[in-house]
Design a protein around this ligand. Sequence first.
Ligand code: SF4
Length: 483
Amino acid sequence: MNISETKVAEQLKLITDATSNVDIISSGIVKGINIYNYSVNILISYKENKFCSSKQIKDEIEKKLIEKFPKIKLKIDNSPNYSTHSEIPHILKLSELSKKNGKNEDKWNMDSHKLFWHLDRVEKWQNGERIAPLHIDMGISNGCNMACTYCYGVIQNRSGFGTNQKKIFHMPKFAVKRFFKDAKDVGVRSIALIGEGENTLHPDFHEILEYGKSINMDLSLATNGINLNSKNADLLLTSLKWLRINISAGTYEGFEKIHRLDRKQMDRVLKNITDLAIIKKEKKYDCTLGFQMVVTKENFNEIVPLAKIGKECGVDYFVVKPCSDTYDHRLDAPTGEYIETLNTFKEAEKFANKDYAVNIKWKKAMNGGWKDYDYCMGTQFILGLSGTGNLFPCGHWFNERKDEFNLGNVIEKSFKEILNSERYWEVQEKIRQTVNVNNDCESNCRQHYVNRFLFHEGNNSLDEIKIKNKDKITNKPNHINFI
Ligand code: SF4
């Protein structure tokens, strides 16, 4: 029998918690479900009491699941103080919906990874070689002209963000170009201009795109859309494989609240992306255009209006993802309080058609922010470069334990030098050996899907991987270099 998060949740719903007398899904005891092939990981959050012990709950879960799915390898984690609320009750209902609606095709594997199409690099990693990463999330500017409520730069009051906007720093263009060239030379297969800040603010932004294009680097951009200009449409649409607008509101009121800018700016963003979509269609450019919404506690009502706006603007997809929370849950990512979102998503999905996908990152929404692997190895395949030039194993360390995890600064040194340094490999090893992925890290981080693959399947022989995943591998998604 096929195992899915929903099917497992349905079984768990049959178990009653003796303390509250409701099932363990509705009571919120089950916080997360992670499934990788036959490995099933359940996260519960349960404090011992006189009516029932966590051992009793674990035994019941085990009995129920093994009975139903005899082949599974089950692991149950109990984190008694885990404060994230459970999303599972409403997601359960939502995924029934998604099955009924066959229109939504994820052509980009957004709720997974793309390492299956880079098994040459995986093989080198298996052999213990010092590999180059496949992908880099790169900032070229450190700071932003918005102040979104869920932005790490804003909540940490970093220089260049929120009220500190005047201190925006731009990486010198010589360093950006040198980095692109080095990355290309060593075998990096894609760079996303994404994160830390708003990269379109860089004074040499267009020249940088030209350069990336000239060396045939697969580039992409995530932006708030304010600075896009249709005068540069040809360059944007030919130098980028994909361009994504990060927007999390579909009404003026929501935009003002979430992005903290007035309605004129919202109109500007929507006009900019509509112009690009028109030019893309006219000139038949391949660049994929999309909207990404981060769902927080504040914006569930914005989902449907935004799904509609995305379609009207002519983008290719609208993706909804749960908010990645900090390790200490500072962003208070959305909760099971939002049971009514069933209808919300139903409405949002109605806007999908063959040219416009409405996708929800189900796996990330179902896992409660919990990681079903013991250590992180994904940072050897994906790195994070801050707009200040500091290179890190991932973006999580941009503002946490910087001295321990900074690999080097690409303004001061070339990427080749950093990659070949002992420091680089010492830090990578430190990540693998000392970082507790559930206690020290943000939830659902960029490397999450890659980490799951490496942990659950990474040690299998390549032949085994290829045979087991034959159907997936044949069904190649778009943008395989953006793992
Ligand atoms: S698991 Fe932790 S160290 Fe690894 S990429 Fe994610 S946030 Fe970074």
